[in-house]
Write a protein that binds this ligand. Sequence first.
Ligand code: G3P
Ligand code: CA
Length: 276
Amino acid sequence: MRLIVGGLLVMACWASVVRTGEAQMIVAHRGASFDAPENTLAAFQEAWKQKADAIEGDFYLTKDGHIVCLHDKTTERTTGGAAKLKPAEASLEQLRDLDVGSWKHEKYAGERIPLLDEVLATVPQAGKILIEIKCGPEIVEPLRVVLEKTTLRPEQIVIICFNQEVVKQCREKMPQFKANWLTSYKQNALTGKWSPGLASVLESLDKTGATGLGTQARDEVVTADFVREIRKAGVECHVWTVNEPAQAARYAELGFDSITTDKPAEIRSAIQSGNP
Ligand code: G3P
Ligand code: CA
């Protein structure tokens, strides 16, 4: 009897820290960016067409105070080398003048850098958006102003960022929205150790008040024990960027809340079929 009760207790503890048996939210990374030019309205529309649960996009503040969707520090790559503007040093008008579709395929010629409002407007009733902030805390107040006006419900919006100060300020100033802290990892060539380690990750989550962790899909670091400890801290677990079916299956098995991918349709079907 004592053995049975003990066993049940262990199972209950396990279930409280590991999320099992629930479908992962599929997040379209920079939109459905394998098929369409990243961070454009075409990519976000394609993501919804591919039945993504959520879209993820990257955002900067322009010189004249607008919030625009762009991944890199400059526009060079996504304009096919035609212009090298830094969002913080450019006006909305200058940025909107650029063609950010042709580099991917001529059929996307004329795609423009979207404003955050325009990206928000693509989100359907049942969809979510992960707003990744790529600049510093100067964006927090303008972001609050834009989000105050959106018709989306607070639970449809998640702010994500590598910058701890941004996460902290978003939690303080917009507690109605989740804000997740993002981290990647580097390996020390001499010791082979990856950093940040678990203790440091937990400390950052605590310090920022983040509602979740968005972790790089670094298989060497992100083990079942790692996930269990993050769960114990009472926060969500999200992973990016997973484009290989077998790797997606691994993260689904680990019980992640979401998987961010450039290929939402393919990754969902791989996870659902259970046959990556
Ligand atoms: O979802 C987080 C992920 O998008 C961070 O990496 O470089 O693609 O913005 P990056
Ligand atoms: Ca991103």
